[in-house]
Design a protein around this ligand. Structure first.
Ligand code: GLA
Length: 383
């Protein structure tokens, strides 16, 4: 991949680039908790975006995306969101840097990668982190990793219009080989939790569905959580987000007002608790209990938070009674993308074959499967 990219860059721009690698992510448990100031448990994976870059002598930005075989050209004095989808993740970062008065100069970049787009593995966050890291290196801005993560999050809000939490960027930037990151999304304190999965692998099953609903419904879920907090706050002044809320508070302040908002909020409060006990399971190497909690998360995401879809539900239901699968659930924002499954190593091939056959027959869609290795976060790519 790096050789291919380096060659593509050289053919186009006739110089040697700096190449940055920024990975996609999985999330073991803790879904939709980041923007409620709860905890998440993501990890960076062996699928990544590669960003090759070099300086130009003028104030233009020339981009090329290998996968789409598309170009983009723009000027630094007029950075704004564009119709073409992918350049926005790069432009959004330039915009954030300009807002911080960082002197971004002209550059050429070629983008390549193997994070499947629209699979819920955060290819967009990986591209944003890759861009931030590469420009920080190229122009010696001296930004810290956390500053770059926060810029990436703001770039997504401003240039993609989705009010995402911080999980995806944080995981891409801070990932560590064979570890998950237990991130407190309020304080941004984090702890690396060893992922001891003896004879078990993380298998991702991609529905190959990307519902157009996902970004608008995402923002709606955020608002519903905020509404719940507003009602609780009328009685409990110290509650600023669902991280501070309890089920009793929801019963008292939200249930009579709106049962839908109650369901949404209750899922979040339960999910934050579930994540905390799942971390204890991991510490005790109790993968069986962790897996049960993943199934419970899926139930909640499907029935209460209502961000699943029939294809995701089908994949989880299909593996549920299979002894080789310790846990499974939909992963990420929802309405499509992948399920994450903890599968006994020696049963993986058979499982994938069986599920693919059923999925393709019933859902009339192809199934794609990946085994995710847990890798380091954003950095200079090694040749
Ligand atoms: C998307 C968002 C994240 C997070 C997840 C759900 O991936 O980008 O911030 O909210 O959905 O957990």
């Amino acid at each position: 991949m790096i050789e291919r990219l380096s060659k593509a860059f050289h053919d186009k721009f006739k110089t040697e680039p700096l190449i940055v690698r920024s990975p996609g992510r999985v999330n073991i448990i803790g879904e939709h908790t980041d923007y409620n100031e709860g905890f998440v448990l993501p990890a960076a994976i062996d699928k990544a975006i590669y960003f090759a870059v070099s300086k130009r002598d003028d104030d233009e930005v020339h981009l090329h995306a290998v996968d789409f075989n598309e170009d983009f050209k723009g000027t630094l004095s007029s950075i704004k969101p564009v119709k073409q989808h992918w350049p926005n993740y790069v432009l959004g970062i330039i915009d954030q840097m300009q807002k911080k008065d960082l002197p971004v100069k002209g550059f050429n970049a070629v983008i390549d990668g193997d994070v499947p787009v629209g699979a819920g593995l955060s290819s967009s966050a990986a591209l944003e982190c890759a861009t931030a890291f590469a420009l920080n290196e190229l122009f010696n801005f001296n930004l810290s990793k956390i500053e770059m993560v926060q810029m990436a999050q703001r770039a997504e809000h401003a240039f993609a219009g989705v009010k995402v939490g911080i999980m995806d960027m944080f995981a891409s930037m801070f990932g560590k080989e064979e570890h998950a990151i237990k991130l407190d999304c309020r304080s941004l304190e984090y702890e690396y939790v060893p992922l001891h999965l003896p004879n078990i692998k993380i298998v991702l099953l991609n529905t190959n569905v990307k519902h157009s609903l996902s970004s608008s419904e995402y923002n709606v879920r955020r608002q519903q959580c905020e509404q719940g907090v507003t009602w609780i706050k009328e009685r409990y002044f110290h509650v600023n987000n669902l991280r501070d809320a309890t089920i009793e508070m929801l019963d008292e302040c939200v249930l009579q007002k709106d049962t839908l908002i109650y369901k949404r909020c209750r899922f979040i409060v339960e999910e934050i608790q579930r994540l905390l006990s799942a971390c204890e399971d991991l510490k005790k190497d109790d993968i069986q209990s962790l897996g049960q909690k993943m199934y419970a998360t899926h139930e909640g995401l499907s029935n209460d938070y209502e961000v699943s879809c029939k294809e995701l539900d089908f994949l989880v239901d299909t593996v549920k009674n299979n002894d080789a699968v310790l846990g499974a659930r939909m992963m990420g924002g929802g309405f499509g993308g992948c399920t994450i499954n903890l599968v006994k190593e020696d049963a993986i091939d058979e499982l994938i074959e069986g599920v693919a056959e059923k999925y393709e027959r019933e859902m009339k869609l192809p199934l794609t499967a990946y085994i995710a290795q847990i890798e380091n976060g954003t950095g200079i790519a090694r040749y």
